[in-house]
Each structure stands twice: as structure tokens, then as C-alpha cells.
Design a protein around this ligand. Structure first.
Ligand SMILES: [Zn+2]
Length: 66
């Protein structure tokens, strides 16, 4: 899947590969605590790509980026 950067239109993008056995998620934090605490059970699994030209990071549904 060719991924175009929406910031600079480059097609030179790559998946950011997490460490072995881990994955990226977008999660919520509890703002009523100081410091805010992560709510691990609210996480949405995602794939991330980074643009080699401008460094922009994009978020995709987990599994979409090979
Ligand atoms: Zn870019």
C-alpha cells in the first residue's frame, strides 16, 4: 500500500515498527488525576507511518499498513 503524506505529498513514507511483541494504541487519559493517568482499556490499536521527507506521522487502523 503506497501511503502519501498529506502534509508534503511525498510518497516516501514508512511504517513505524514497534518493538517486538508490542503495538501502538491511541488511548485516553484521566484528566481528573495529576499527573493524568492512562486508561489502558480504552486503547484503539493503530498503525503509524512516518514521512521520510517532512517527518509527519499518520495514524491508520491497525492492520492496514503492511
Ligand atoms: Zn511529508
Amino acid at each position: 500500500m503506497e501511503i502519501k503524506c498529506p502534509n508534503c505529498n511525498s510518497i516516501s513514507t514508512e511504517k513505524i515498527v514497534p518493538n517486538q511483541g508490542t503495538s501502538y494504541v491511541v488511548t485516553q487519559i484521566d484528566q481528573n488525576q495529576n499527573p493524568p493517568s492512562f486508561l489502558a482499556s480504552t486503547g484503539i490499536p493503530v498503525d503509524l507511518t512516518m514521512c521520510r521527507t517532512c517527518g509527519n506521522v499518520q495514524i491508520f487502523k491497525a492492520g492496514l499498513v503492511k
